[in-house]
Design a binder for this molecule. Structure first.
Ligand code: WT7
Length: 650
């Protein structure tokens, strides 16, 4: 990627210093950077002491066989003990761990003491079903407390879990069961989605008819919706039959720090899903530290809410393992943001007095589209910090979030990381960093990240290229389940000795990092590399645009031509001059080279179930090709609507 083309594109100049009060009481101060700089491994050894170890580790990192890392290898611990029991032993058994809010409005709160009993019973039940240390358990569930209980029960007995997002099909579930060779599946009859019960068990039944799933001995079914459920005698068991009658005591056994904790599949753009393997001690150390540092969690007073699904890594690290290891009180919400009305999330914030909120840019842009008046109807004054994850956040969305959700005076932390990194890697520290809307800014203390060019050379400030991680980190993936070679090829072969994240990035004049989207999404226009993210952010900065997706379509003159799909804000009309106005606006913000050749107003954009825009499909449309695989789209009819908008479409 050429440096000069990216260097002058970003024009964001706004800065937001940490609120003085937060800075004065922040969990982590600027000293952390210095101490980690001085002794990186010593810094992580110190963070590992946040946890309760059965055997304290004496060795921090074993990097004798890179890139296969071992962290804290001679230490032993139990993850569930760290997330539950130790808080009860410390006298905090009465503290709420989970405020559950069901979509239909049912709610219940579980204290740490409740969680200890429930997790112990579930662990006893799994043991009774013959699940042994090392056996894989698939979890296919809605967002209910039993999902968290099931994950912790697996961790407690050392059975790695593989959580499969409840929105995935029977096919996707079957491939994941096969690949991990799961022995038990934990599911529910269904969950509530958009005001209706939506079945889950039927997909499990279907998945288990596929070859390669024969080793599944039992399906444990939580009753959530009460809908009719087909039953395979001898295989299927109700959770309440097998768990409720178990003893509420269970002695946790300590496992080695490198014992597998979970497998989580990430689909990526090509090929079969990759089973990302995370282990115990290093993962929990970094999940716990980052949750404490980035969200400034005060467990006695904060109410924390991460809106992700537990089926994604964000849910693993920042609904389950990070917050619970820190003794946090969290909200767990089952449903969609607009059921039964578009203010539902803000109603939940008001009801529980949420202080720390962690969500995704796609959700923020959707709320912007719905209008400022909706959050304005609720009391959001409890919020003291906002987080973002999943995609680059457009500066305009960042400002909107801070203003309309945060009341204009709270820090916004834009956190960059991946399923593979296990925990946050690049993010402002809320009490330290003067935040720049749209930039994840700086690697956290103890993390080494930079931007390199095609030749693996670190770019100077102002330069652009590829994001790489240059030192191992505690919560790094250990391999791809069953495929070490693919682990090496995917992440470690592009740049010798460095982890290749697959994201384009640039460094600004201060050395802060800006993420520019997946490298497959960078466009080449007349010899210039232009990031889809930057053009999208310029479009979203226009008052008439709510959302934008930009792709490079092959073009005989310019190699690629910029083609933009935009969703207009509520009141904006699709009139004659609009397209010219938007082109001129982008030209003014980024320079004439970045002006889209075509701009198409559309009603919806194609998104994956985790909310990422599928630019590959838009490229197919822009290049008049037949559409590629649409199976991971939330709603495949979106593509037909978009195709109809094209000039010349039938
Ligand atoms: C990819 C990883 C990490 C949890 C959710 C996604 C993109 C993630 C940011 C951010 C810019 C971001 C990257 C990354 N991404 N956070 N703050 N700024 N891009 O996990 O599904 O493994 O996706 O999400 O492209 O590589 P994932």
């Amino acid at each position: 990627m050429s440096n000069e083309s990216l260097a002058n594109l970003m024009t964001e100049e706004r800065r937001f210093a940490p609120p003085a009060e937060l800075a004065a009481a922040a969990n982590v101060t600027a000293d952390a950077y210095a101490s980690a700089e001085e002794d990186r491994l010593g810094f992580w050894a110190e963070q590992a002491r946040r946890l309760s170890w059965e055997t304290e580790p004496t060795e921090t990192l074993d990097w004798s066989n890179p890139p296969f890392a071992k962290w804290f290898a001679d230490g032993t611990l139990n993850v569930a003990y760290n997330c539950v029991d130790r808080h009860v032993e410390a006298g905090n058994g009465d503290r709420v761990a989970i405020h559950f809010e069901g979509e239909p409005g049912d709610s219940r709160s579980l204290t740490y003491a409740d969680l200890q009993r429930e997790v112990s019973k579930a662990a006893n039940a799994l043991t009774e079903l013959g699940v042994e240390t090392g056996d894989r358990v698939a979890i296919y569930m809605p967002m209910i407390p039993e999902t968290v209980i099931a994950m912790l029960a697996c961790a407690r007995i050392g059975a790695p879990h593989s959580v499969v997002f409840g929105g995935f099909s029977a096919d996707a579930l079957a491939t994941r069961i096969q690949d991990a060779d799961a022995r038990v599946v934990i599911t529910s009859d269904g969950g509530y989605r958009r005001g209706k019960p939506s079945g889950l068990k039927p997909a499990v039944d279907e998945a288990l008819t596929r070859p390669g799933t024969e080793n599944v001995r039992n399906v444990v079914v939580v009753r959530r919706t009460g809908q009719d459920t087909a039953w395979t005698e001898g295989r299927d068991l109700w959770w309440h039959d097998v768990v409720d009658r178990q003893p509420a005591e269970h002695t946790p056994q300590a496992f080695g720090a490198e014992h597998p904790l979970f497998i989580l599949y990430t689909s990526g753009t090509t090929g079969k899903p990759k089973g990302i393997l995370h282990t115990t001690g290093g993962y929990l150390t970094q999940a716990s530290y980052t949750h404490h540092a980035v969200f400034d969690l005060k467990p006695e007073s904060d109410v924390y809410w991460c809106t992700a699904d537990v089926g994604w890594v964000t849910g693993h690290s920042y609904i389950v393992y990070g917050p619970l290891s820190n003794g946090a009180t969290s909200v767990l919400y089952e449903g969609t943001p607009d059921t039964p009305h578009q203010g539902r999330w803000w109603e939940v914030v008001q009801k529980y007095g949420v202080t720390l909120l962690y969500t995704a840019p796609t959700a923020i842009r959707t709320c912007m589209k719905w209008g400022d008046d909706i959050p304005a109807r609720f009391d959001l004054s409890s919020l003291r910090l906002l987080g973002s994850v999943g995609e680059p956040i457009n500066p305009e969305a960042w400002i909107w979030y801070r203003q309309n959700i945060g009341g204009g005076n709270v820090p916004v932390v834009d956190t960059w990381w991946q399923t593979e990194t296990g925990a946050i890697m690049i993010s402002p520290l809320p009490g330290v960093t003067a935040a720049k809307p749209g930039s994840a800014q700086v690697p956290l203390p103890g993390i080494s990240a930079t931007v390199v060019d095609d030749e693996a050379k670190e770019v100077p400030d102002g330069g652009g290229g590829y994001l790489v991680l240059t030192e191992p980190w505690p919560s790094m993936l250990r391999t791809i389940w069953g495929d070490d070679q693919r682990f090496l090829d995917t992440y470690w072969s592009r740049f010798e000795g460095k982890y290749f994240a697959g994201d384009g990035a640039k460094k600004d004049a201060d050395g802060d990092i800006w993420l520019l989207g997946r490298v497959d999404d960078v466009m080449l226009v007349s010899g210039h590399n232009i990031s889809t993210t930057e053009v999208e952010s310029a479009l979203v900065a226009h008052p008439k645009v709510a959302e934008a997706a930009v792709v490079g379509a092959s073009d005989p003159q310019t190699t690629q031509a910029i083609c933009a799909f935009v969703i207009l804000r509520g009141s904006a009309a699709e009139d004659e001059g609009l397209v010219e106005e938007l082109r001129a606006h982008v030209g003014k913000q980024l320079g004439p080279i970045a002006k889209p050749k075509r701009i198409l107003p559309v009603a919806e954009l194609p998104k994956t179930r985790s909310g990422k825009i599928m630019r590959r499909l838009l490229r197919d449309v822009a290049e008049n090709r037949e559409l590629g695989d649409v199976t991971t789209l939330t709603d495949s009819s979106v593509m037909q609507l978009i195709q109809k908008k094209l000039p010349g479409a039938s």
